[in-house]
Ligand binder design. Structure first.
Ligand SMILES: C[S@@+](CC[C@H](N)C(=O)[O-])C[C@H]1O[C@@H](n2cnc3c(N)ncnc32)[C@H](O)[C@@H]1O
Length: 445
């Protein structure tokens, strides 16, 4: 055993790949200024904290979020180095703001860790609850992250192709919790949702300086072919029996709460709604208006009609009733059961309903949407004022991604400088690309 007092940003006295497990309880932004709080005790015992590497947000030490993130990244990079491959780290964290939470996520990812689950810890009851990502939660969080196997990392770094990408997904699925059960109910495991798997993959690839060579909808289509999709979650074939068994012994399945706070979460919410029930604009609107009350400041809010147009399909009654609406109507309306897709009674009931496109159509829609987003990004680029007061995150993300792919790092930096600090710090995806762009330009690449 070895007990030492030193900065986690420099662990050179510990050899590479020598540690089996790490538990860390790091500072959370500017909540507590440890060295300052210790001044009295330190004066008493005659030892002072070396504050240069103290990972906090503190004005008198001239440390903002960027400095905090840099120090956390240095510490996590050291943890990654000393931890054995295929091993785990638990990060306890009190999440007080979205921006600090994003800094931690980004630092973890940059260091090479992959997050497998995030739970909130109820200290009184000693239970854990899953975090529904979009919300700022004022609780202690337990983040479980792993260091991928050497084989997967080597492939990503030296022989990147689609197979390397699927090797990562295989391994990721094998590490994720199979189920999350609480009080006899089965909860959706957030990390098993296709959107989060894609996000993890994109973030992990960025660390190696590569972009995922397919669009989100192409990825989802292939995901559905390669793996088993159950209750909105992805499983490896051999995991299915254990999952089904646990499902059988549960009272019900609880879906994750989804907070609509920007365009991306609004699209997810609509998708969930329309998958359950293809419906008309009039049916959707009242609920949608209720959901958007938590919309973020600085984030432009598109009209519901524009969101539907850009991401979904409406049945106009011209051709046969699409499968998605047909199966909903025939399983929910006795009198429409078993009708032909061209039956006028079915058409009358199906007309004007919005539905989720099938994977092939989804790819066309995504391409069209991406084009529109990039066109709007051009208007941000040509904006000559000092600050872009309101912007669309989805436009910024698409623009940053495209600029990154074109190695146009300066555009990312220029636009980032025009954004309110909050917009950048509160979005992990923008922040990652901005930080990477800064590193690239500093390196003179
Ligand atoms: C949330 S507290 C941990 C509290 C501890 N688990 C306990 O129960 O007493 C975070 C700790 O990280 C320390 N810290 C800050 N920067 C550090 C660094 N670079 N290396 C190591 N520890 C650091 C702080 O001094 C503080 O003691």
């Amino acid at each position: 055993m070895c007990v030492s007092t030193q900065s986690a940003t420099d662990l050179r006295n510990i050899p590479d790949q020598s540690i089996d497990y790490i538990f860390v309880d790091p500072p959370f932004g500017g909540n507590l200024n440890y060295s300052e709080l210790n001044v009295l005790v330190e004066a008493w015992i005659g030892v002072r904290t070396a504050t240069e590497k103290e990972a906090i947000v503190n004005e008198s030490q001239s440390k903002g979020l960027n400095e905090y993130r840099r120090l956390m990244r240095q510490a996590f990079t050291e943890f990654y180095r000393v931890l054995k491959s295929n091993s785990w780290m638990t990060v306890e964290f009190h999440n007080s703001s979205n921006a600090v939470w994003n800094s931690i996520q980004e630092a973890l990812n940059d260091a090479g860790f992959v997050v497998a689950s995030v739970r909130t810890l109820d200290k009184k009851k000693g239970t854990t609850k899953q975090l529904s990502y979009a919300a700022t939660v004022k609780h202690d969080l337990m983040i479980s992250a792993y260091k991928p196997s050497e084989a997967v990392e080597r492939r990503m770094a030296t022989a990147f192709d689609v197979n390397a990408l699927w090797a990562f997904v295989d391994e990721h699925l094998s590490k994720l919790p199979l189920t999350h059960q609480a009080r006899g109910e089965l909860h959706t495991v957030a990390e098993r949702q296709p959107v989060l798997i894609f996000e993890r993959l994109v973030a992990h690839c960025l660390r190696f300086g590569v972009l995922v060579p397919m669009s989100a909808s192409e990825f989802y289509a292939q995901l559905a072919e390669r793996y088993r999709l159950l209750d909105g979650m992805v499983f490896l074939a051999h995991q299915v029996p254990a999952y089904t068994k646990q499902k059988g012994s549960s009272k019900s399945i609880v879906q994750l709460a989804l907070f609509v706070q920007d365009e991306e979460s609004a699209i997810r919410w609509l998708r969930r709604r329309l998958l359950d029930k293809p419906q008309t604009f009039q049916e959707l609107q009242p609920d949608f208006m209720r959901e958007v009350k938590t919309w973020r400041r600085f984030e432009a809010r598109p009209e519901l009609s524009a969101l539907l147009e850009a991401n979904f399909l409406r049945y106009e009654g011209k051709d046969e009733v699409p499968n998605q609406i047909h199966s909903y109507l025939s399983s929910n309306h006795k009198d429409l059961r078993g009708l032909d897709k061209a039956d006028p009674r079915l058409i009358a009931k199906a007309i004007d309903r919005w539905y989720v496109p099938d994977p092939n159509k989804a790819q066309d829609i995504e391409k069209k949407r991406e084009k529109a987003l990039l066109k709007e990004f051009e208007t941000y680029r040509s904006f000559t004022g000092r600050k872009l007061k309101e912007s669309r995150l989805e436009v910024l993300r698409a623009g940053f991604r495209a600029a990154w792919a074109a190695k146009d790092y300066q555009t990312i930096i220029d636009i980032a400088n025009k954004l309110p600090e909050e917009t950048l710090q509160e979005d992990e995806k923008l922040l990652t690309l901005y930080d990477l762009a800064l590193t690239r330009t500093e390196d003179g690449v």
